[in-house]
Design a protein around this ligand. Structure first.
Ligand code: GTQ
Ligand code: FE2
Length: 319
């Protein structure tokens, strides 16, 4: 007999907790005083680990992947930076996924739109690489940051003659957690651009970033820093930081997750006592609540992507 059909009198008549627990379990109720694991702990558990991914590995992998898979087959030729913790198959950090992406001259990566927010930082592109955002064709050059806020149609293409590589950052793991994932292919396949717009609210050119950095005041935690957009995306804060050689930043410990990408220069980032050396194009993950600081060994620029806007909006930003 299905004990679910037992009358509540069985519940009310239980004479021991050992008798009560299975009756509750049959009804999918847990005794709060007898949880299999705690629901809260004194401070964040640091489930994700700090890590560095090297551009030289991605660049080498793209040499073979470019022979082995076309963007026609792949939709996006991307290499996902998967945090090496047990059971994780996708996320770079709890709320963010990062990927290197390459496109060859003549290729197109067809247009789509999705509820997660996305942006990319261009690493290497001769003339000709572009992203089409809502039918506006945006040329992409090294150091540029291109936004595709959630719901915007976007596809990529390349009219030039050198392979182009960039890094994508998306809030997919956050949206997965919250549930409202939506994804749609563009009916036209590759969305035809109406016009070319080098000036667009969706692009921060490296030239404008460099000009702003030159005027930015020095900050102990983040060096000379400028924000790209005032909350360019609702879930991700975007900053460029310029570090002087051999002057360590002060240690940051925050509930926000951080991805640092090396736009220029060399150095190291120390996260929870572990040292990660970096050069141009490398990506460093500094998870929530992991104390970290940077030491550049040359003049350096880091692109800082953080979910601090999410934490702040929810009253969860500390540090
Ligand atoms: O360029 O549209 O790396 O939708 C992952 C998902 C890139 C993109 C990624 C995406 C894109
Ligand atoms: Fe996309």
């Amino acid at each position: 007999m299905n004990s679910r059909t037992l009358p509540e009198t069985a519940l009310s008549a239980a004479t021991s907790l050992e008798q009560l627990y299975p009756l509750l379990a049959e009804r999918s109720i847990g005794a709060g005083w007898n949880k299999p694991e705690p629901a809260m702990w004194p401070e964040p558990k640091k489930n994700f680990v700090p890590f560095v991914w090297h551009y030289r590995d991605a660049a080498a992998a793209f040499e073979s992947a470019s022979r082995l898979v076309s963007t026609e087959q792949a939709e996006r030729r991307n290499l996902i930076l998967v945090n090496p913790i047990r059971g994780n198959l996708y996320s770079t950090l709890r709320t963010i996924v990062v990927a290197y992406q390459s496109i060859l001259p003549g290729e197109t990566a067809r247009s789509h739109r999705h509820s997660p927010n996305a942006l990319r930082l261009v690493l290497d592109a001769g003339d000709g690489a572009f992203t089409t955002v809502n039918a506006k064709k945006i040329p992409m050059h090294a150091g540029d940051v291109v936004l595709t806020p959630n719901g915007s149609w976007h596809g990529h293409g390349h009219d030039g003659n050198l392979p182009a590589t960039w890094i994508d950052y998306l809030d997919v793991p956050l949206v997965q957690l919250l549930e409202p994932i939506f994804f749609e292919h563009h009916p036209a396949g590759v969305e035809p651009p109406e016009r070319v717009t080098p000036e667009s609210p969706f692009i921060f050119s490296f030239a404008s970033t460099e000009a702003r950095l030159a005027l930015a005041p020095a900050d102990v935690q983040y060096g000379r820093q400028v924000e790209l957009g005032k909350l360019a995306l609702k879930t991700l804060g975007l900053y460029m930081m310029q570090l002087a050689p051999h002057s360590p930043t002060s240690t940051v410990q925050t509930t926000a997750n951080h991805i640092y990408t090396v736009v220029r220069g060399e150095g190291r980032t120390v996260v929870d006592g572990e040292t990660f050396e970096w050069q141009r194009g490398d990506v460093i993950a500094a998870p929530s609540w992991r104390a970290h600081h940077h030491v550049a060994t040359t003049d350096a620029i880091l692109f800082r992507v953080t979910d601090a806007p999410v934490m702040a909006a929810l009253g969860l930003l500390r540090g």
